[in-house]
Design a protein around this ligand. Structure first.
Ligand code: GAL
Length: 859
């Protein structure tokens, strides 16, 4: 039997809009904003002038450094027209958050590099919104905050013309206090963002791109991210759960409060059980005016349902519901605060690798940037869930949030789906990689940023380690060691339970930083032998491939001749076509560092103590279109195992074969429609979890291969000569047939085959349907090089959000209703309107072809 908890039920469904629990009202502030972007500074404000007023917000998160005083005198910006209540913003764009102002394009934005995705992320963006307060809101008993999950970047916030503060780091989550300036009736909220050019090595997005919350509560309440839950002893029969609750009293008198916490189980659908699983002793404390105070408790839970990654384990969750009541009264509830957590132990074993609850789990991870393809960086639950589902289908169990902390929703999904997360702070420290990246903020903000990120994320069971940074330029120097040690000390003071790592591509085992961190994180150099040298130097430290592969390819574009090697640099052996900006889909090419999946598998097998890997990357991402990042080049990366639209490249099946050995599967490449190659050598490769594969070309055996053969990680028939017909791979395990795959020569294109990922979606203005179109011949075989222009239209209560095809060179703006197919496929993303019910019809048409449509139910 289960009682629904509004917050948890909605969170589990992914559509948290509002939660009113006794004493606390947290509601979405996403709707009803006005927005304007300025390519040159419209207001004479700058970070330099705003900084002294921003820094005091960091004080909560400074333990080591000096605290900041609010400067005296008039704060900047009060005279800027956009913060005034009287400013008429009617001509500004009406938008809802989360919002990425750059994603609509057009591409080739002036001043923006290929590395940053050629989209117009630069400039100053102003957001404005009215906010209504009741007389109770301002009767002096309440604290009212706005929580920003993330704004890109250099955010500053004004209420009724008063500067409240701000936070520059675009990946941080932070809070401003409205209480001093809130008035009954209509208030005016204004947010200024400022993005320099050259501020990132990938597409950073732009705008208030994560959720924003209005939080109202009694002046005495659980502090921001005020709970810490740890599980210091865990077994299948019993677990100890420790809890610290920090109470903040912003009233002007001492308050005596009772703090009570009960634990409930959450089932796989996100429902909260009625039964109290454990109860912490109620503690009464006095909290002085303007102060914070913590209470600690500990409980034992018998036969705990442990959290662990599937398929071997189950990601069970609990929730601790903390209730704050005023002591000595009739028990008025001041605050209710829910903390989701999991019970699990982690062992970082130098010899065995990672143990979760004592069981070995190989880290089968991918690195990913935060964009979600053609919808950009505006966080969307369904888009994130779809990415993770695709990765889980491949057998992945881990994520590295490269190179910055993720949206909270990603961690919620990781908790409930059972992903292990390496939560990474930064892409640089004191020395920058681009002229306007985080190195400009590091001195003032690294301590508050790290502490804020950790306090936000520490109760997620999915987070298994903290990464201090990626390929820090000073990683190999003594400076890197000193800075790393300082970060290490900060991390340990916030969370002694998890290990740290840093992703090192050039530091050697003798560098100071390697000595500082708990887990040796090697980017690429492991494959070149560094696993061995680090192991010799640190026999008691766990080692993992914090970034591996960087294999590059464009989906479906097979280029000849094919190298006989299992790994090659793209410029040689026919692996690239620079005129079309293609990299061969045989998935053997690397950019001059890294290597094919095959090479990485080989090195991981050669060094069995390595705990696993995080592949660069799970999905293609916007920006960094290596090797076509120069002028006139491409706009999105070639590194993904899955392309930007979410279509799988062939190597998806290479990982699946290795990471899900129990799954019967075989996958043939390339496609088999090569009218211009009749009689020419056209190598056929097969990825399979089997131990033997036989290939038939037009019914004739081309030979049966055993694993391990000439190549261990793919079965290759490199001398096959093309003739139209079919390929058939029959895979065997232990002598028994295990899986079969076929490829058929396609005829000419006749038809659009339209499918949708889910037949019904929520009519909440957020949920998405992913509509795929395949160009097929009359018998339904995909025409593998079709590039017909497809036009989408939507009728009923929904809208077309964007289209894509996974082609890194396609410069058609993402919102375009027309999109060329790439290697036979195209995608449309459709959203139901808020409050929509009924049928949404998505139609795809192309000249000379029979169109198609799908019907999606909104409810
Ligand atoms: C790594 C870096 C990543 C990405 C990748 C491309 O060195 O950490 O951010 O740039 O190279 O191969």
């Amino acid at each position: 039997m289960f009682i629904p908890s509004p917050l948890l039920l909605l969170a589990a469904a992914g559509w948290v809009q509002a939660a009113v629990s006794p004493g606390r009202d947290r509601s979405s502030l996403n709707s009803g904003w006005k927005f304007s972007r300025f390519t040159s500074n419209p207001d004479s404000l700058s970070y330099n002038t705003l900084k002294p007023w921003m820094l005091p917000l960091a004080n909560e998160f400074i333990v080591n450094g000096a605290k900041h005083q609010k400067p005296s005198g008039a704060p900047p910006g009060s005279n800027v027209q956009y913060v005034q209540e009287s400013f008429n913003d009617a001509s500004w764009q009406s938008i809802n958050l989360p919002h990425d102002w750059a994603i609509a394009g057009p591409f080739n934005a002036p001043g923006i590099s290929g590395g940053m995705g050629r989209l117009p992320s630069n400039g100053v963006g102003w957001y404005r919104r009215k906010l209504t307060a009741t007389t109770e809101d301002v009767d002096g008993s309440k604290s009212i905050f706005i929580d920003f999950d993330g704004a890109m970047s250099y955010a500053a916030v004004w209420l009724n013309g008063n500067l409240l503060g701000g936070w520059p780091f675009g990946y941080a989550s932070w809070r401003v206090d409205l209480t001093p300036y809130l008035k009954a009736g209509t208030n005016t909220l204004a947010v200024r963002l400022d993005n320099a050019v050259d501020n990132s090595r990938w597409y950073p997005g732009a705008g208030i791109y994560r959720n924003v919350w209005l939080v109202k509560m009694d002046k005495t309440h659980v502090a921001q991210w005020g709970t810490t839950i740890t599980t210091p002893s865990v077994s299948s029969s019993s677990a100890t759960v420790n809890l610290a609750v920090q109470i903040e009293n912003l009233a002007n008198a001492t308050r005596k409060v009772d703090v009570n916490t009960k634990v409930y189980a959450i089932d796989q659908s996100g429902n909260v059980g009625t039964a109290v699983v454990a109860s912490f002793d109620t503690v009464a404390i006095n909290v002085d005016a303007g102060k914070k105070q913590s209470v600690n408790g500990s409980v034992k839970i018998s036969n705990p349902r442990l959290w662990g990654p599937p398929p071997g384990q189950t990601p069970n969750l609990y929730v601790a519901v903390t209730t704050l009541t005023a002591s000595g009264t009739n028990g008025a509830v001041l605050d209710t605060y829910e903390t989701r957590f999991g019970i699990r132990s982690l062992t970082y074993d130098a010899n065995k690798g990672l143990l979760v609850n004592g069981q070995y789990v190989r880290v089968q991870g991918t690195c990913n940037h935060h964009d979600q393809g053609s919808i950009g960086t505006a966080i969307n639950f369904r888009a994130t869930q779809r990415q993770l589902q695709t990765l889980q289908e491949m057998g992945s169990n881990a994520l590295r949030t490269s190179h910055n902390p993720p949206a909270p929703e990603l961690l919620d999904l990781a908790d409930s789906m059972g992903f292990m997360v390496l939560d990474e702070f930064f892409d640089c420290w004191v020395q920058g990689k681009t002229s306007n990246d985080y190195h400009l903020l590091y001195a003032d903000w690294h301590e508050p940023d790290v502490r804020a990120i950790m306090r936000r994320d520490r109760n997620h069971p999915s987070v298994i380690a903290w990464s201090l940074g990626n390929e820090i330029p000073e990683q190999g120097s003594s400076q890197g060691g000193t800075e790393g040690q300082e970060l290490q000390n900060i991390v340990k003071s916030e969370d002694p339970t998890r290990y740290t790592t840093s992703a090192m591509n050039s530091a050697s085992e003798t560098s100071a930083l390697a000595n500082v961190i708990d887990i040796e994180g090697l980017n690429y150099q492991g494959e070149y032998g560094a696993y061995g040298s680090f192991r010799n130097k640190f026999p008691n430290k766990m080692i993992w491939g914090s970034e591996t592969a960087s294999c590059i390819s464009s989906r479906g574009t097979y280029l000849f001749p094919v190298t006989s090697s299992n790994n090659a640099v793209y410029s040689s052996n026919g692996g690239s076509d620079s005129s079309r900006m293609w990299i061969s889909a045989y998935d053997l090419q690397n950019p001059g560092w890294g290597g094919s999946p095959d090479t990485v598998f080989q090195s991981q097998d050669n060094f069995p103590f390595v705990a696993g890997e995080f592949v660069w990357t799970g999905f293609d991402y916007i920006g960094e279109p290596t090797p076509y990042g120069g002028n006139g080049g491409a706009r999105s990366s070639y590194f993904g195992i899955v392309d930007l639209a979410g279509f799988k490249k062939d190597r998806f099946y290479s990982y699946q074969a290795r990471w899900r050995p129990e799954l019967p599967m075989a996958h043939i490449l390339p496609h088999w429609t090569w009218p211009e190659r009749v009689g020419q050598v056209t190598p056929v490769h097969v990825f399979s979890s089997a131990d033997e594969v036989e290939l038939f070309v037009n019914g004739v055996s081309a030979g049966r291969q055993k694993r391990p053969g000439k190549s261990v990680y793919r079965f290759r028939w490199d001398n096959v000569k093309y003739s139209a017909g079919d390929l058939r791979a029959v895979a065997y395990k232990n002598g028994n047939q295990w899986a079969v795959d076929t490829r058929k020569t396609a005829g000419s294109a006749t038809t659009l085959n339209v499918t949708v990922d889910r037949a019904s979606i929520a009519g909440d203005g957020q949920d998405l349907a992913y509509v795929s179109v395949a160009v097929t011949d009359s018998s339904g075989t995909v025409v593998p090089r079709a590039n017909n222009t497809i036009t989408f239209s939507v009728s009923g209560p929904g809208v077309l959000v964007s289209t894509d095809n996974g082609d890194p060179t396609d410069m058609t703006a993402f919102p375009s209703a027309s999109r060329k197919a790439f290697s036979g496929l195209a995608l449309a993303i459709v959203r139901a309107n808020a409050g929509a019910t009924g049928q949404i019809t998505v139609t795809a048409k192309a000249d000379g072809l029979t169109g198609g449509q799908v019907v999606i139910k909104a409810s």
